[in-house]
Design a protein around this ligand. Structure first.
Ligand SMILES: Nc1ncnc2c1ncn2[C@@H]1O[C@H](COP(=O)(O)OP(=O)(O)OP(=O)(O)O)[C@@H](O)[C@H]1O
Length: 269
């Protein structure tokens, strides 16, 4: 082979050593099993006959939410996930967080990814204050670190802007206030991989600005951030790379401007 051609091949196959992979998603399939969704008869004899014949219960329906998605994310990247309702974005995030098993394929991550979404586990009956402390301890902070960060977290959340709400149980918070507190707790720590599900959509203008700035800081601290959102401007401002998913399949993975432009026009590659 001529030297020039050899060089071209080397260039094309060279691995950029400055890029450290943090999340590798390899041909992942995720299937939800929905119990009680079929039209099978629920009588004892039909159940017994199913056990004996080892037939699958007709009452279980399967939803194939993610169908063979593959991509690699690197340190320092902020990756947007876009797609229409029910396309599989939240499912993909939950799987990266290790909360859902894959039916096929594998997900490999560096460190423990943290999912920061509407379902993040805070205790509704406890006060905001207790939730801040417990949330921080659960993320591995020491009591001294929690004490040091506590006021910053409360100030960042803006929960106390309109009165002393932090000492009230979380069940008295509006959904936006709850989401802000969750984001503030999770964002207090540097994460290897931070997964954000629509967090920026809630909260007012001021909070959205603060959270965008914090996401950028987290990226600089060398973590990887994934953001699921229907707010294309938030994706544009926060992520340089975007993955477009439809019907559980990857439609496009590339530079945010190009992917969002095509998504908005419904122009599949
Ligand atoms: N717990 C569940 N049990 C069964 N099916 C589910 C469950 N959660 C999601 N699904 C299904 O999986 C598919 C993908 O849902 P998912 O929530 O991941 O979509 P999404 O892209 O995040 O949607 P949205 O933009 O509306 O939040 C949908 O068909 C949905 O009905």
């Amino acid at each position: 082979m001529a030297d020039a051609a050899l060089d071209t091949v080397k260039e094309a196959t060279a691995v950029d050593k400055s890029q450290v992979p943090t999340v590798v998603v390899d041909d992942v399939h995720i299937v939800y099993k929905v119990h009680g969704a079929g039209s099978g008869k629920g009588s004892a004899t039909s159940a017994l006959s199913r056990i004996i014949t080892r037939k699958k219960s007709p009452a279980i329906r399967e939803v194939h939410a993610v169908r063979g998605i593959s991509f690699t994310a690197y340190k320092g990247e902020a990756v947007g996930l876009i797609g229409s309702n029910g396309s599989g974005k939240s499912t993909m995030l939950a799987a990266i967080a290790g909360l859902l098993p894959t039916a096929k394929g594998g997900i490999y991550t560096q460190g423990q990814p943290s999912l920061l979404g509407v379902n993040a586990a805070l205790m509704n009956d406890l006060t905001g204050e207790r939730n801040v402390v417990l949330g921080c301890l659960a993320m591995g902070m020491s009591p001294a670190q929690v004490r040091a960060r506590y006021q910053d977290i409360v100030d960042f959340s803006g929960i106390n802007e309109k009165g002393d709400f932090i000492s009230l149980p979380m069940r008295t918070y509006s959904s936006g206030m709850g989401a802000r507190l969750r984001f503030s707790i999770a964002a207090a720590k540097t994460h290897d991989v931070l997964l954000i599900d629509e967090a920026l959509a809630t909260g007012d203008q001021g909070f959205q600005q603060r959270s965008k700035a914090r996401i950028n800081e987290l990226r600089k601290e060398a973590g990887t951030v994934f953001l699921v959102s229907h707010d294309n401007n938030a994706i544009r401002e926060t992520c340089e790379r975007t993955i477009w998913i439809e019907h559980g399949e990857l439609i496009m993975d590339g530079h945010t401007d190009e992917v969002v432009r095509r998504y908005e026009k419904g122009e599949r590659p």
